[in-house]
Design a protein around this ligand. Structure first.
Ligand code: ADP
Ligand code: MG
Length: 221
């Protein structure tokens, strides 16, 4: 579904070059739950940004089906992302003037009654139903993270990229969230989860290790 072909990513800041990825190659197969594990600074988030088309590599190519993401115009990539990708970031980026329910529905362009009911069910399931009319600043960090995750799930995208999705959650809530993501995958979704915590990758179909900008593990490339 996705192929990263020999990608390198160099960040320039203050005249210093930092290699976040060095000639890394990897694939994401449709319907899998791929885990990306590695220590802080190893390049995990960068790889997610490249797969999801938020950044383009300094060298190499990223393919999504027949599309070369790195050659597409930014606006085209944005359309693709909106239509097909769900993103859960470490920083949750909620819209601060929309309520919890509106934030969950933000990725559904024209919410149908079924979308609204689905969003309500997700909030209920995650113990958030009573918070549906609150604004993000009236929530705890963990609650905001849950809203961001439910927003990705509510739009039923083809693939969900999650960057340390349980980082600001207590253990139980983190496992509940992973349960919901795994259910999405079992129902045919493709799931890519970045973490440094192996316990949240239980049930992953494949785990790649990211180490100093390179990928190791069962890498079918
Ligand atoms: P991880 O998610 O595994 O912690 P990242 O992909 O965030 O790793 O970062 C990989 C490397 O790239 C780190 O050394 C980090 O400091 C560096 N890096 C990431 N983003 C930037 C940036 N915008 N500018 C400069 N260096 C960056
Ligand atoms: Mg990171």
């Amino acid at each position: 579904m996705f192929v990263a072909e020999d990608v390198s990513m160099v960040y320039q800041s203050g005249g210093v070059d930092t290699y976040a990825l060095r000639s890394a190659s990897a694939r994401v197969e449709q319907g899998e739950f791929l885990g990306l594990m590695g220590p802080s600074g190893s390049g995990k988030s960068t790889l997610l940004y490249l797969f999801s088309g938020l950044k383009t590599p300094s060298r190499g190519r990223i393919w999504y089906r027949e599309h070369c993401l790195s050659d597409m115009a930014p606006a085209q990539r944005a359309v693709l992302r909106q239509r097909s990708f769900g993103l859960i970031f470490q920083m949750h980026f909620l819209i601060n003037y929309l309520t919890v329910l509106e934030n969950v529905l933000v990725a559904c362009p024209r919410p149908t009654p079924a979308d609204v009911a689905g969003a309500g069910d997700l909030l209920e399931r995650f113990g958030m139903a009573h918070l549906r009319d609150r604004l993000p600043h009236q929530l705890s960090g963990g609650q905001r993270q849950r809203v961001a995750a439910l927003r990705a799930l509510a739009a039923r995208p083809e693939v969900i990229f999650a960057d340390e999705p349980t980082a600001s959650l207590d253990h139980k809530t983190g496992l509940d969230l992973m349960q919901a993501l795994k259910e999405y995958q079992r129902q045919g979704g493709t799931l890519v989860v970045v973490t440094h915590d192996p316990s949240i990758l239980e049930g992953a179909t494949r785990v790649l290790k990211v180490w100093d900008g390179q990928l190791m593990g069962l890498n079918h490339t």
